[in-house]
Write a protein that binds this ligand. Structure first.
Ligand code: ADP
Length: 302
């Protein structure tokens, strides 16, 4: 029948319509979130408390929206969760491992829990360990693993059922820079034919790989679309301004700055502002960090 890239079966759709979520205590974590997600890597960006984890728990069918609807390939997930559950891989934020088990034992255990046929488990576990670059460490105890290796085990368990929808919640928290980089590459490699949703509050986690972005703050969706379109919106509102180091604390009180770099002639600030902050400030093309900050600041959610 159909094969390869053009396969219509691989073009999955995940649509949210006016999703609102209220915790029992009354805390509203999501307000009217509407989003259409397609195959590729979706970077879900937002500061702490934005509602990212709540949204991911809803998409992983662990929570149901208070109102609004989630549809997977057109079908309502609340009334028919199974089609999504069957093809879901989820790495929650608080993923824990059993330190006394080897990576292979742990994954085989989870594969059994997930209902894979026992005859398929060894090969499937081997394949997933391979995919995350842990084939050589497969028979070592998880207690000896670094944080980055544990996160890769987390991804391996999420891949056991070869999911079409892979949800990863703040996966780079606690990783050192090298592990973080390695993890980003791994996520990029997994995206072919999958819908991958990666939540983070760190722009550089998704800068290189995200094909689309959803930015949230305080439960509201501020932006969804391609990164390039967000950059275009922030164009003309980013300035580079080199100032004497002693002026920085005072300027920081009134200016929104996305970065500051010490230079021989002072401190170079990247300032987000609708108008040139000073005669000697120079216009600069926004990068994603600038554009994200511009968006949060505009919404008053930074
Ligand atoms: P993020 O993942 O972006 O940091 P969360 O989804 O964890 O955001 O939280 C969104 C909001 O919901 C926050 O205001 C948070 O305090 C609140 N919240 C999260 N979990 C609970 C809970 N179990 N009970 C009540 N409020 C919660």
């Amino acid at each position: 029948m159909f094969a390869g890239q053009g396969n219509p079966m691989s073009a999955h759709t995940l649509d949210l319509a006016a999703v609102t979520y209220r915790y029992r205590g009354g805390q509203v974590a999501l307000t009217d979130v509407s989003l259409s997600l397609r195959t590729g890597i979706i970077g879900l960006l937002g500061p702490n408390g934005a509602g990212k984890s709540t949204l991911m728990r809803i998409l992983a069918t662990l929570a149901r929206p208070t109102s609004g609807q989630v549809r997977w390939n057109g079908a309502d997930v609340a009334s028919r969760p199974d089609p999504l559950r069957r093809t879901l891989g989820y790495l929650p934020q608080d993923f824990g491992v059993y330190p006394a088990l080897t990576a292979r034992e742990f994954l085989a255990y989870l594969a059994a829990v997930k209902g894979l046929h026992s005859r398929d488990i060894p090969a499937r576990v081997g394949r997933c360990l391979d995919q995350v670059g842990l084939a050589d460490a497969a028979d070592r105890r998880l207690g000896e693993f670094s944080g980055g290796m544990r996160q890769r085990v987390g991804i391996a368990q999420a891949l056991l059922n070869d999911p079409a929808l892979l949800i990863v919640d703040e996966p780079t928290v606690g990783l050192d820079p090298e592990e973080r980089m390695r993890f980003r590459h791994l996520i990029s490699d997994l995206a072919a034919d999958r819908l991958v949703i990666l939540s983070t509050h760190i722009v550089s986690d998704v800068e290189a790989s995200a094909t689309s972005l959803a930015v949230m703050a305080k439960g509201h969706l501020l932006y969804s679309g391609e990164p390039e379109a967000l950059l275009a919106q922030a164009a003309g509102q980013v300035w580079e301004w080199t100032v004497p180091a002693e002026r920085v604390p005072e300027l920081r009180k009134t200016l929104v700055t996305s970065s500051s770099t010490r230079r021989p002639d002072g401190v170079r600030l990247r300032v987000i502002a609708a108008a040139r902050p000073s005669e000697d400030a120079v216009a600069s093309a926004p990068d994603l960090e600038d554009a994200y900050l511009w968006l949060l600041n505009r919404a008053g959610g930074a």
